[in-house]
Design a protein. Sequence first.
Length: 394
Amino acid sequence: MNLKANLLFYYITTISFLFLNCGSASKTNSVVSAEQTRDNSLTNQKKEDVLSIIEKVNSHWQKTHPEPGNAFWHVSAYHTGNMEAYKVTKNQDYLNYSLAWAEHNKWIGAKSEDKSNWKYTYGESDDFVLFGDWQICFQTYIDLYNFTGANDENKIARALEVMEYQMSTKKNDYWWWVDGLYMVMPVMTKLYNVTRNDLYLKKLDEYLGYANSIMWDDDANLYYRDVKYVYPKHKSVNGKKDFWARGDGWIFAGYAKIIQDLPKSEQKERYIVRFKKMAKALANAQQDEGYWTRSILDPEHAPGPETSGTAFFTFGFLWGINNGILNKETYLPIVQKSWSYLTEVALQENGSVGYVQPIGEKAIPGQVVDVNSTSDFGVGAFLLAASEMYRSLN
C-alpha cells in the first residue's frame, strides 16, 4: 500500500475500535494496536528487497561506467556511496571497483608537489591541492585502507601529507562553500580514528566554525551555499531565502558521517544539536510527494522533484533514527515518503537514478531536471540512503 492508503487504513481502524469498544481500557488498547499497525506499515520493507535495490542501482552504474574516473569531487562522491553499499552487502565487486579507481589515481587527489603553490579557492587543476573538491577522495582511500587490513600506508600517505600540511597553516577559511563540508569533514574524523591525533578534531571545529559564521542562518536553521547566496543580498524568485537542496544535503549527510566517528565529547554534542535543528527545518519543507525542491523554502523557484538533495536528506534522517538521535515517531513518516519517491519515481527499471540536478551551485529557474537526468554523485547519494535503509531493518 502507498502512504495515503496506509494512513486511511489507520484512521478507519482507529475509529472502528473506538466505536466498538466502550471501556476505557479497551479504547486504550485499540489505539495502541492502531499505532502499531501504522508503524509497521510505514516500515513495510524487507531487507532482501532493499538489498535488491542496492544491487540493481550499483550494478547498473558500474557496468555502464567500467573505466575509472578521476579523483575530483563528483566521481569521489559516488565512491563514498559505493563504500556504504560494500559495508552492508560485502559484495567484492564493489570493493574491487573502488580499489581500481584508487589505484588509477595513485591514491592522491590533486597532484602538485609544490606546497608553496597549493591553493584552496575554486580550481580543477593539480595545484588546488587544498581545495576540498580534490580532498573528498581521501574518504574512500581511508576506508579502503581499513577494509584491506590497515597494513598499506601508501593508501593514506597523500591524505596524511595534505591534511597535516593544511593543519600546520594559520588559515581557517578552507571551507568557504557548503559542499566542501561533506567533502572534507569526514576526512578529518576518519584520519583522527586512524592516527588518534587530536589536532584533526581541533581543526575540524575551527574550520567548521568559520563555515558556520558565513553560511549558517540562525532563523531558518539551514545553510546557504556560500556567501553569494546569503539573504537579503540574494533572494528566490518570490523574495524568500534561497537554500539549495543539494547544498544542505551535503552538510546534513556530512554531519551524520562525522557524528558517528567522533568520540563522546562536548564537540560531538554541539554537532548533534545542529543536526537536529536541521532535521526539523528540513522535515517541515518536504513536499507531499516525498521530495525536496531545489530551493528548499520556495518550491516555486525551481519546482519539481530532485533526487540528490532528497537522497542525502533521506540518508541523514535514517541515520539519525537508526542511532537514536532523531525521534522515530516524528521522522519515520518523512523517511517513508522520501523513500517512496526515491524507489518509485527516481529509480528506473534498468537501475538508472533519475531527476538528479546537474552539476551546479544553486537552484536554477527553468532548468530541466527529468527522468533522464542522472550523475555519479546522485547515484552515490542514493546508495547512502539505501544502505542506511538496509541497516534500519531487522
